[in-house]
Ligand binder design. Structure first.
Ligand SMILES: Cc1cc2nc3c(=O)[nH]c(=O)nc-3n(C[C@H](O)[C@H](O)[C@H](O)COP(=O)(O)OP(=O)(O)OC[C@H]3O[C@@H](n4cnc5c(N)ncnc54)[C@H](O)[C@@H]3O)c2cc1C
Length: 502
């Protein structure tokens, strides 16, 4: 199908909560152009690289549509009181922020923290934009109206947006407009009746192949001359001219769910976005040729903190899963009560607890900034994000250390258990007094899929970079830390009264 089929939407009233089946129908064979292994994928819900990832997202929609989860995963739309995803809630009280975190945790638990860009991530960014439309109005009131209308459309139709907000790594030594070809980085190339035309590429749309909409913008600092790249626009994933060039689809290479229990189910995929003269109607343009607003959207609205509150709740959940894996592996190897291993487990638990506590501190230290909207604590958020690129590899390394060869001394695949010539050997030498060989192998394969497979290693890169390079996050902490209070202490120490004897 080559026509644009926008996801089924309602205007003016809230659609019934979307089920998983409705979500899958909406993205199936809708004309989106996804490329993997040299092939154009017509239907991501059927292709082996994407099918199970799409079903994992569908399960999240089913959870939210289940009346048993109404309070945890939804809230009443301000439009008409009907339930909508809590990720779209604009928090006004501490209880609201807590409720948003609990919703994010519920979905993160369902994916073991292994899918970062689920529909609740970019939802947080749009909630942040709608909380502070005045930032967009600086370019003209119509842009503020557009972003609020689009937010309401996402919210009231339970839609899934992904984003690509980083220019491709072509030549980082030059600004956007001085690249060898001015249409390498995604930007506007001309206006056309009723809208604008966008051309170029942007990285890296995690979950893009599964989403309804792409938000295309730029978080990298732009310079004078870069105005054409200073845009913020929403594009349906099946818009003509939009192509998603997926990285290797790990799930397609995962032979079965026993050997690759995580790869086979939770590969959210990452895609380079290519725009071949994509037309965007004015109503889906929120920022137009304005470098200041392009910058301010991240830092002068609560978008970045709402989106990353979800990201951190997801990460804390993933670390809890890692702790569980390590504990079960120690039980399997007989090291669980070995004091040096207990010390290492204590270090792991400390690091996981720091992350978890920092997520909760974002709520506790949240403040109403203006417009009656609550912002999670930026300093707390950015501090834990800044240390993530050190904490994460440290934790993975400890788990590698305590496991020895446990994740490697494994049958080559599930099929080895079916060969009578070796099945008895596997049962005898891989089992433990408490655990049948097959159960122990399943556990170790689960851990290896988390840590050592291509899927596991991509996750380590993801945790390093999903919130931007760590030097940038540290700059955020620098900008937000209360240095006045710190230097005040130094000044007080320097002006202490003389000692009695002096
Ligand atoms: C798995 C994964 C998923 C992602 N998902 C998304 C997504 O969904 N949407 C999206 O928009 N983006 C996504 N990203 C992209 C991510 O936002 C970028 O990778 C990130 O912003 C870093 O940019 P870069 O990769 O271009 O690195 P660069 O900006 O090129 O930097 C690379 C390295 O160079 C060094 N460096 C560069 N400049 C400096 C400097 N001034 N000072 C000190 N050191 C410097 C640092 O070591 C830095 O880490 C994802 C990335 C990964 C790896």
């Amino acid at each position: 199908m080559d026509t644009i089929l926008s996801p089924r939407t309602t205007t003016g009233s809230t659609a019934p909560l979307r089920t998983g089946a409705e979500y899958l129908r909406a993205i199936a064979d809708d004309g989106r152009r996804v490329y993997v292994d040299g092939e154009l994928v017509r239907d991501v819900t059927r292709h082996p690289a994407f099918r199970e990832g799409a079903r994992s997202i569908a399960r999240l929609y089913d959870m939210a549509a289940d009346p048993a989860n109404r309070e945890r995963l939804t809230y009443a739309s301000p439009a008409d009181g009907a339930p909508v995803l809590r990720a779209y809630q604009i928090p006004r009280t501490h209880a609201d922020i807590r409720a948003k975190r609990l919703a994010a945790e519920a979905w993160a638990e369902a994916t073991f923290g292994l899918m970062g860009r689920t529909p609740d991530h970019v939802a947080g960014f749009f909630a942040g934009y709608a909380a502070k439309p005045s930032v967009f109005a600086a370019g003209g009131q119509q842009f503020a109206d557009n972003v609020v209308r689009f937010y309401e459309k996402l919210r009231d139709n339970h839609l899934y947006a992904s984003y690509a907000i980083v220019p491709p790594q072509i030549d980082r030594s030059k600004p956007a407009h001085q690249q060898s070809d001015p249409s390498l980085y995604a930007g506007v190339v001309r206006e056309k009746d009723g809208g604008i035309v966008v051309r170029g590429a942007q990285q890296l749309a995690t979950g893009g192949v599964f989403s309804d909409y792409l938000y295309l913008s730029c978080i990298h600092p732009l310079q004078p001359g870069d105005e054409n790249y200073a845009i913020g626009v929403a594009i349906p994933m099946n818009a003509p001219g939009l192509k998603l060039l997926s990285r290797r689809g790990f799930a397609a290479k995962a032979e079965n769910a026993f050997d690759y229990p995580l790869t086979s189910r939770f590969d959210e995929t990452d895609s380079l976005v290519v725009l071949d003269d994509v037309f965007v109607p004015w109503e889906d343009v929120f920022i137009y040729r304005n470098t200041q607003i392009c910058f301010d959207q991240w830092w002068k609205t609560p978008s970045h903190v709402y989106g990353n509150l979800q990201a951190q709740a997801r990460y804390a959940t993933k670390l809890r899963f890692l702790l569980g894996l390590a504990k079960r592996m120690n039980e399997a190897t007989g090291h669980d009560k070995n004091p040096p291993v207990m010390v290492q487990m204590g270090e792991l638990a400390s690091l996981a607890t720091i992350v978890d506590s920092m997520v909760q501190a974002q709520e506790v230290m949240a403040k109403v900034e203006d417009d009656g909207v609550l912002w999670p604590s930026r300093n707390t958020l950015y501090s834990v994000m800044a240390l993530q690129s050190e904490i994460n590899p440290r934790m993975i390394d400890i788990v590698r250390e305590i496991t020895g060869a446990g994740m490697i001394t494994l049958p080559s695949s599930e099929r080895d258990f079916e060969n009578p010539e070796i099945a008895a050997d596997l049962d005898r030498f891989l089992g433990t007094p408490k655990q049948a060989a097959r159960d122990k192998v399943a556990l170790m394969k689960l851990a290896w899929d988390f840590i050592g497979t291509e899927f596991g290693n991509r996750h380590q890169q993801y945790e390093k970079f999903y919130g931007g390079a760590s030097f940038l996050v540290k700059m955020n902490v620098f900008r937000n830390y209360d240095f006045d209070r710190a230097t005040g202490l130094v000044d007080a120490a320097l002006s202490l009264p003389p000692l009695a004897a002096e």
